[in-house]
Write a new protein. Structure first.
Length: 306
């Protein structure tokens, strides 16, 4: 068990460090602002979206500092008291929620696009496609997910039972994975619409990634929601169950990154998004935490929460 605890510590450090370094890099890499307007007609809305997103990254950077400080403290002195730990985590969750809230300008632009299509009497199928592939994912990521995170931050109170905190952590986790499912599925569908189904059949790694996105992430979302429901009832949630979620999400990001490195393929909207504009790519490090959790038999109870 001691070796497993060491592996979990290493996993926590890897995740915290990746979160911090990746956000640091994103914060000081600002040439992407207005990138989608270069060589085209000036788009004021695009610049507003990018600036709003950049402000959000500032808050995520602060969150990453808090998380990294917690892990450094843990390595030097062990976890702080439950009250101090929850207070620090509460601020990190609030700042992470503000980051996602900063993407609401993109959601507004997507909703506006749908309304314009309706006013111009575009075909119903085109309107529904735009709504499903663009408006819905952006609304979930910038409105629903932040609300879940803010509720989790409110629940991160040492006076609350750990079970209630775990329930809301799993609810927030469910909306995280739901967001990734909606966003990545929409990008893959757009890619197939442009490249054709041969882009999947000619490259097995694409077909596997496509299936992992549309089916795998949905299954992981449902499983996390099941754990949230279980934690709200009489059932106990094991660390192994958390390991399944963390490892599954980490492997998704890790596979899509490594498949490009080892296999390569004609560039597409999918790679342009996943490799060039994906501010959550740091989550590939979750694999290093999920794997040791998968081999942990402990059950999360009130007396072993901290």
């Amino acid at each position: 068990m001691a070796n497993n605890n060491t592996s979990i510590k290493i996993g926590l450090l890897a995740v915290a460090l990746s979160y911090f370094l990746f956000t640091l890099h994103a914060l000081f890499t600002l040439e992407w602002i207005g990138e989608w307007s270069r060589g085209r007609t000036f788009s004021f809305i695009t610049y507003i979206e990018d600036i709003s997103g950049t402000i959000g990254i500032v808050f995520r950077f602060i969150a990453s500092i808090v998380v990294f400080a917690i892990i450094v403290y843990y390595f030097s002195s062990g976890f702080p008291s439950k009250a101090k730990l929850f207070t620090a985590l509460r601020w990190a969750v609030v700042f992470e929620g503000i980051y996602w809230l900063g993407l609401s300008t993109s959601a507004g632009a997507n909703v506006r696009s749908v309304l314009l299509m309706i006013s111009r009497n575009n075909a119903a199928t085109a309107v529904l496609n735009n709504f499903a592939l663009n408006a819905v994912p952006s609304l979930v990521e910038s409105i629903v997910l932040p609300i879940a995170l803010f509720i989790l931050a409110y629940r991160l109170n040492s006076a609350n039972p750990v079970r209630r905190v775990v329930k809301w952590a799993l609810i927030a986790g469910t909306f995280y994975i739901l967001t990734f499912w909606l966003l990545n599925s929409s990008i893959w569908i757009d890619t197939v619409m442009v490249k054709g189904y041969s882009y999947l059949t000619l490259y097995p790694q694409h077909l596997f990634s496509y299936a992992m996105t549309l089916i795998g992430l949905l299954a992981l979302t449902i499983y996390t929601a099941y754990l949230a429901k279980k934690s709200a009832g009489a059932g106990l949630v094991s660390w192994r169950s958390f390991g399944v979620v963390v490892l599954g999400l980490g492997m998704y990001f890790l596979w899509n990154y490594l498949s490009w490195i080892f296999f390569g393929a004609p560039y597409s909207i999918w790679y342009e998004w996943f490799l060039g504009h994906n501010l959550d790519l740091w989550m590939l490090s979750l694999s290093l935490l999920g794997l040791p959790l998968l081999f942990t038999d402990k059950v999360l109870e009130e007396n072993n929460s901290a």
